[in-house]
Design a protein around this ligand. Structure first.
Ligand SMILES: Cc1cc2nc3c(=O)[nH]c(=O)nc-3n(C[C@H](O)[C@H](O)[C@H](O)COP(=O)(O)OP(=O)(O)OC[C@H]3O[C@@H](n4cnc5c(N)ncnc54)[C@H](O)[C@@H]3O)c2cc1C
Length: 417
């Protein structure tokens, strides 16, 4: 398979781009593999890539029920950052950010990594203290965080409504290394790089069952027949509970819809990611000019990839409160994805009670930014049958032991989701 380069782009340009090779093969499933990863989103593809690259395990299949990258990976709002409060989370997300920073060179794929900054706004003295505390925790771990006052925020995003009567903007916490990455390029880049190392990417192949013999995995039943596997990794996001139920496992996860929106294309309007501290709204601008924005999950359990009107109204109202100019902007597209919400807002990357079955899930709203580190840690856990220090806290057992990592500040209470 050829390497992408400016020279090859030029050369293929001369021939109408007709002779590019396929980015990845389209193999028939083999009868068995050392590892089968279920789910061809960014997480599953990254796990397969790092299994081959970091651990020399290339007899791997990624089994995806549709085309790769059309789940949450292709539906998110592309924000990457590591501005979490708790060390268990920010160390993991910081490793992810470091992997993002070298990803395009590593994969030889343009993922449009754009470190344009992520700015979270605060609107009261109390909130300033919470943000300052979060920034200090981050800085203690060597992660960049800057507490800005109102004038510093105004210099970056002048179009905000600073004097809104209910939500005056008092400042913000800025992570300059945060930003956006083109989401579907991430799936394609990992797929191409994994394929290159010998991984079989098997699309249109739904897992309908997991075969267990003497509490150990034997393989997956699929719509294209049985595929044997010594180890199985699940990376199926909103479908995590479904797949876990196939082996009788109940998880502390609820599935909810999260919606996102894109406006008509505009001239440069906002050049960093901005999140509202007093409502459920965040916004950035895509390189094509569309404003990309979203808010909170729809408040009911669902596996449908579409949302409801009250949630849209809620997001747009918050948006106009923050940036009044948005009231003149037309929304072009809207869609939803199915979120795997844990009760403490932190993920699961761990072994399970079934021998040879490993889990990557519970990503809540934020698993896109985790893609490289999640794949990396999932691969490590599968290869070594033990977690890396970075994911050793992300166990199912933490809920039983009372060791939740309460990033949401809501406690382990489902009714507060
Ligand atoms: C609207 C929206 C906005 C978001 N914004 C952000 C953001 O800005 N930043 C951020 O960090 N995160 C964001 N997220 C979250 C993020 O998108 C996800 O957490 C992340 O993409 C999950 O990646 P994944 O690879 O685990 O899941 P997915 O990409 O969903 O991949 C899982 C795959 O598993 C497949 N699958 C399911 N069941 C089966 C089966 N039985 N057999 C075979 N295959 C199966 C699915 O078809 C799917 O392709 C957002 C999510 C949404 C919906």
């Amino acid at each position: 398979m050829s390497r992408y380069s400016a020279f090859r782009l030029f050369l293929n340009g001369l021939t109408g781009h007709a002779s590019w090779p396929r980015a990845w093969r389209n193999p028939e499933p083999r009868s068995s593999y050392d590892v089968v990863i279920v789910g061809g989103g960014g997480h599953g593809l990254a796990a397969a890539y790092y299994l081959a690259k970091e651990h020399g395990i290339a007899n791997v299949a990624v089994v995806e029920k549709g085309p790769i990258g059309l789940g949450n990976t292709g539906r998110n709002t592309t924000i990457v950052r590591s501005n979490y409060m708790f060390p268990q989370n920010h160390r993991f997300y910081e490793w992810s950010l470091k992997l993002w920073e070298g990803l395009e060179q590593d994969l030889n794929f343009n993922a449009m990594v754009s470190q344009r900054g992520v700015l979270g706004l605060f609107h009261s003295d109390g909130q300033r203290q919470i943000f300052a505390r979060r920034g200090n925790w981050m800085r203690l771990s060597g992660i960049d965080a800057e507490l800005l006052d109102r004038d510093q925020v105004r210099a970056i995003v002048p179009q905000l409504d600073f004097d809104n009567a209910r939500f005056p903007i008092m400042g913000g916490l800025l992570q300059r290394r945060g930003g956006t990455v083109r989401h579907d390029a991430v799936a394609w880049g990992y797929a191409r790089a994994a394929d290159r190392r010998g991984v079989d990417i098997i699309q249109h192949c739904e897992v309908t069952g997991i075969r267990i013999v003497a509490n150990r995995v034997a393989g997956v039943e699929t719509t294209r027949g049985f595929i044997g596997a010594k180890k199985i990794g699940l990376a199926v996001a909103g479908n995590t509970s479904h797949l876990a139920a196939m082996v009788g496992l109940r998880l502390p996860i609820e599935s909810h819809v999260l919606q996102a929106f894109v406006s008509e294309g505009l001239k440069p309007f906002v050049d960093c990611v901005v999140t509202f501290g007093a409502g459920h709204f965040y916004i950035s601008q895509s390189d094509k000019g569309g404003l990309v924005f979203g808010g909170n999950i729809d408040g009911y359990n669902s596996y449908a990839q579409r949302g409801n009107l009250p949630a849209m109204e809620h997001v747009w109202t918050a948006g106009v409160a923050l940036m009044p100019a948005l009231s003149r902007v037309r929304v072009l597209r809207q869609w939803g994805g199915v979120m795997d919400m844990t009760m403490d807002g932190s993920p699961l990357i761990c072994r399970t009670p079934v021998e040879g079955l490993y889990l990557d899930g519970g990503w809540c709203y934020g698993g896109f930014k985790a893609t490289p580190a999640a794949g990396w840690c999932h691969a490590h856990t599968i290869a070594n049958d033990a977690p890396h220090a970075l994911n050793s806290h992300f166990t199912i057992d933490r809920f039983r032991q009372g060791l939740t990592i309460d990033e949401r500040g809501a406690g382990p209470n489902p009714w507060l989701q």
